[in-house]
Write a protein that binds this ligand. Structure first.
Ligand code: PAF
Length: 278
């Protein structure tokens, strides 16, 4: 497994790679959800490149970019085991040189849900993904369904800007009790970890209501919120949404492939999760 630390070297190595190249963009501190992206990328392409870059521009000033968990030796050991071919670890100074003034702004769909609570977040995500796509030039880029809005934003950007790659969506990897895997779970105390499964239970409730023929999004949200509020360790519900899975607009009637998503603060971390109703 080759570790590459500069943009120039990544570009040079890329030119010598025959066959399809997959990119798995990450911010490191990997878990099995990331490894699943790499497994898929490797199964479907000749080369699997993983980027590890804690992107400063997607953090708001109060979100503490410097405190984001980092452990490169641990990440590299995990990536060896899933046969990643290359790991690209650029520095923030090189990615954002003094005088960097170009941003990618995907409009409208970034005003809702996570975008409403974290203004500017998706501008940072879209910009860094655009840069990584330009540097690595992948045929396919792999993203987890857990960050559903991020996936919608990246798909929109790739389509709107006629970029030459396929965006691949990989299902959320869950712990045995249903909690979606996330680096943020590390911040949960044992009691909070037990409480955090309430997000999954709320999504299961929505799925059950849908299966039983309930098409009222207000009732669906109401029942989900009621269930979440029964958990004493829940600090705050940021949103519970039943939305169109492309426009992310709230639905007046629940339809097939509706995106049910939620963001809930349990103790220190803010957890997000979603399902698409089938
Ligand atoms: O999902 C993430 O880890 C990040 O938002 C991404 C896609 C690597 C961009 O920094």
């Amino acid at each position: 497994m080759k570790v590459i630390e500069t943009i120039a070297e990544m570009k040079r190595v890329r030119l010598e790679l025959p066959g399809s190249v997959a990119l798995v963009p990450t911010m490191g501190y990997l878990h099995d959800g990331h490894l699943e992206l790499v497994r898929r990328a490797k199964a479907e392409n000749r080369w699997g490149v993983v980027s590890i870059f804690v992107n400063p521009t997607q953090f708001a000033p109060h979100e503490d970019y410097t405190a984001y968990l980092r452990d490169i030796p641990r990440d590299l050991a995990m990536l060896e085991k899933v046969n990643a071919d290359m790991v690209f670890i650029p520095s923030a100074d090189e990615m954002y040189r003094t005088g960097h003034h170009t941003w990618v702004n995907v409009e409208q769909i970034t005003d809702r849900l996570e975008g409403e609570i974290r203004p500017g977040h998706f501008r940072g995500v879209a910009t860094v993904c655009n840069k990584l796509f330009n540097i690595v030039q992948p045929a396919r880029a792999y993203f987890g369904q857990k960050d559903a809005q991020q996936l919608v934003v990246i798909r929109r950007m790739v389509s709107d800007l006629n970029m030459n790659l396929e965006v691949v969506n990989v299902p959320t990897v869950r712990e045995a009790d249903g909690l979606a895997m996330s680096s943020r779970n590390t911040y949960l105390s044992p009691d909070e970890r037990r409480a955090a499964v309430v997000l999954y239970h709320a999504l299961k409730l929505a799925q059950k209501m849908w299966s039983q023929g309930d098409r009222d999004p207000h009732r669906m949200r109401h029942e989900m919120i009621k269930l979440i509020e029964e958990e004493p360790l829940v600090e705050k519900i940021d949103y519970v949404s039943v939305a169109d899975s492309e426009t992310l607009e709230e639905l007046h009637e629940v339809s097939p492939r509706a995106l049910v998503s939620l963001a809930v603060k349990i103790g220190r971390p803010r957890l997000i999760d979603n399902i698409v109703l089938e």
